[in-house]
Design a binder for this molecule. Structure first.
Ligand code: CTP
Length: 403
């Protein structure tokens, strides 16, 4: 494995194409080589000359150029990169990629790619929200592509909404994480990750649930896969795409999550990121409960604590058990107490009080608490939290002489 890291940057035709120029400079500062493909529409916004001057390499634009094919065939363009980044990714290029259309150099390279692909969309807010775009994104997600969703704000078209291409810093953070040489670091390690909410049924049509999106747990499963671990993800109902490479076990209730987790043991590492329902209805109604005009009361019974169960000292205890603490006040103090009460090794504490937008949001601001105290992490994306956690797991297992 070489230390050089290279990305293939596809610049398609959106106003945010100018941001690709700064992105190339910043990647260069980080010793990440960039080879560019510019689509015909992209060349209406930036020129091949400026991309080439900044990347120090020839820019490819034409699928049918005889010289280009002789020098560097379109298949080789993707083979020589560690990662393909499409920034900006227009609704049109996303639609082509989702449907397997290869009618120009960029779309053909995407079709022939054998490398991870990161799409960084940029478009008008209504185009972004259009069911066709969302359908195409979901399809690409299922096909294993990654995304850096657009930000909210003023758009070039004069409207306000979601559609602004992610900032250069956000793109760099994701690219760095995707191209760092981490494969195989957890090569002999097995991991269990729980994610998402649980739904506790009241009757056939109602349930008690919570706002967990599963974003953080799924990102952790994905990061551990990228580091080479054999990962089982036990997940409650979420809209998150399955992390490619993980074994997925879908459950609905806390009881089912517990059973699925027990079936996974023994593992080396367990990360319990799920927001497990603390209670279930004692007697779930078999038929829909009718309104009847009276206030209803339900008897609740506490669900078993999965994290505590996994952390209990016995021959099946994973070498490293990581829990989460969702707190709305006294975050560090409560999380420290929670770590002791559950018996896990680390607790990742986050503030989920109203206004923090942790539930369902892209970013997270956490403290990692271990036996020696609390370590504050900066506000970063949930994907970056997952990457940082995976790195910390690698160093912990190394210092335990497990790796
Ligand atoms: N957890 C679990 N099983 C449960 C409840 C929680 O495995 N039945 C795990 C969560 O996955 C998380 C940790 O315990 O890793 C803490 O969850 P949290 O909701 O913050 O705390 P609770 O234990 O539910 O306590 P409380 O709601 O009183 O804060």
């Amino acid at each position: 494995m070489t230390d050089s890291r290279n990305i293939l940057l596809i610049v398609s035709g959106g106003i945010a194409a100018y941001k690709a120029l700064d992105l190339i400079r910043r990647l260069d500062e980080r010793q990440i080589g960039v080879q560019c493909i510019l689509t015909a529409a992209g060349s209406k916004f930036v020129t091949p000359l400026s991309l080439s001057a900044l990347s120090g390499k020839k820019v490819y634009t034409d699928l049918f150029s005889l010289t280009d094919e002789q020098e560097m065939g379109h298949i080789r363009l993707s083979r020589e990169a560690d990662l393909i980044v499409v920034a900006p990714a227009t609704a049109n290029l996303i639609a082509k990629a989702a449907n397997g259309i290869g009618d120009d150099l960029a779309s053909t390279v995407l079709l022939a790619a054998d490398k991870p692909v990161l799409f960084v969309p940029s478009m008008n807010a209504r185009m972004w929200q259009h069911p066709a775009t969302q359908r195409n994104l979901a399809q690409l997600g299922q096909d294993g592509a990654q995304f850096l969703p657009p930000n909210d704000g003023d758009l070039a078209c004069g409207e306000i909404g979601t559609g602004r291409m992610a900032e250069t810093g956000q793109i760099l953070e994701r690219v760095e994480s995707l191209v760092s040489h981490k494969e195989g670091m957890l090569g002999s390690v097995t991991a269990l990750v729980t994610s998402g909410p649980t739904y506790e049924p009241i009757d056939p049509v109602r349930y008690i649930g919570n706002h967990s999106s599963g974003k953080q747990g799924h990102a952790i499963a994905q990061a551990l896969v990228q580091y080479g671990a054999k990962v089982t993800l036990v997940t409650g109902p979420t809209h998150e795409p399955d992390p490619p490479g993980a074994t997925i076990v879908r459950i609905t209730t806390a009881k089912e999550m517990m059973e699925a987790c027990l079936n996974c043991l023994p593992v080396d590492v367990a990360v319990c990121a799920a927001a497990v329902g603390d209670w279930r209805i004692e007697a779930t109604a078999e038929k829909k409960i009718k309104r009847g005009g009276n206030a209803k009361t339900f008897d609740l019974v506490e669900n078993a604590d999965i994290l505590k169960h996994i952390s209990a000292e016995n021959q099946n205890r994973p070498e490293l058990v990581v829990g989460f603490a969702a707190e709305t006040e006294n975050v560090i103090e409560n999380a420290t107490n929670k770590r002791a009460a559950k018996g896990c090794d680390w607790i990742i504490a986050n503030d989920v009080s109203n206004g923090t937008k942790v539930f369902g949001g892209i970013d997270n601001k956490v403290h990692l608490i271990d036996h020696s105290g609390a370590e504050e992490w900066p506000q970063i994306s949930k994907i970056a939290v997952a990457d940082r956690l995976a790195k910390k797991i690698v160093s912990q297992l190394k210092s335990n002489k497990r790796l």
